[in-house]
Design a protein around this ligand. Sequence first.
Ligand SMILES: [Zn+2]
Length: 308
Amino acid sequence: MGRPWTLTEIDTIRENIHLSDQAIGILINRTGTSVKWKRQRLGLFKENRKRITKYQINLNFFKEWNDPMAYALGFIYSDGTIRINKAKFHYSFKIAIKDLTLLQKINSAMASNIPIKPRIIPTGILYELSIGRKSMVYDLVSLGLIPNKSRIMKFPKIPENFLLPFIRGYFDGDGSVLFLSNRLKVKITSGSEAFIREMQVKFSELNLQTSMRIVSAKNRKNPWYEINILGNSRKEFFDLIYRDASIYLERKYQVFQSYFARPILKTDCLGCGKSIIKKNTQHVRCRPCSRAYGIIRDRKRASIRTGM
Ligand SMILES: [Zn+2]
């Protein structure tokens, strides 16, 4: 009988079914006879070879840590789904996003030519990449992913060097960066409390200042959790996650870029006339003056409320 067959070996047979049994044997260090026996047991015969060989993917993609792998893992933690149906022999993982370019980048990082399928949804077009490779699904499971994960998933164990690309991938899926009325808001959300709390611990280890809030909406049964990245930590976050980045969502990167590259105007304080840096549209007084102005304004409000 020899050693048991691994899922990767079985997928290797599927991927390379166009090769001879001997050639496949060389790839997985088995004899041609052994491959032939297993191939036939798997129901893989010459007539369906052509259909199977059309698509290929690097089955070992999730076995070794590197920047695109950690990124893709983070992305699947946010916007991916895993399906395992043992009874129907269905094993797949799927990524569905609106940005076709990014999905193409993820696909080619996995050395995959599996087609991306567009789907029309009320807000536009969603691009889906569904990969049915049992060994890859189980690699993802061993990296902590599970079906119906969104509320119960935990933060995975990640080698220190690959934490930042993982966070970048997660952020590109379930994070947002908004540049509105000269303010920059950076946040990351999750439906899983355990996941987001560990994420916040990682942020504090990176010396990033954050706040967390629990958000509930009437139309949603369960609350979700939101981390906001504060003050100067936004720039540090930007510098950290995009450093040596091989793959990222261009749109979000550009929002950060345009914020940090925005022109900073000088103006004269409305209170004392001192020259100040005008960072946003509301910022027209120096610090002491705006503090004093705030107190006056608050008093006015208080007096209106009390009817004085
Ligand atoms: Zn002033």
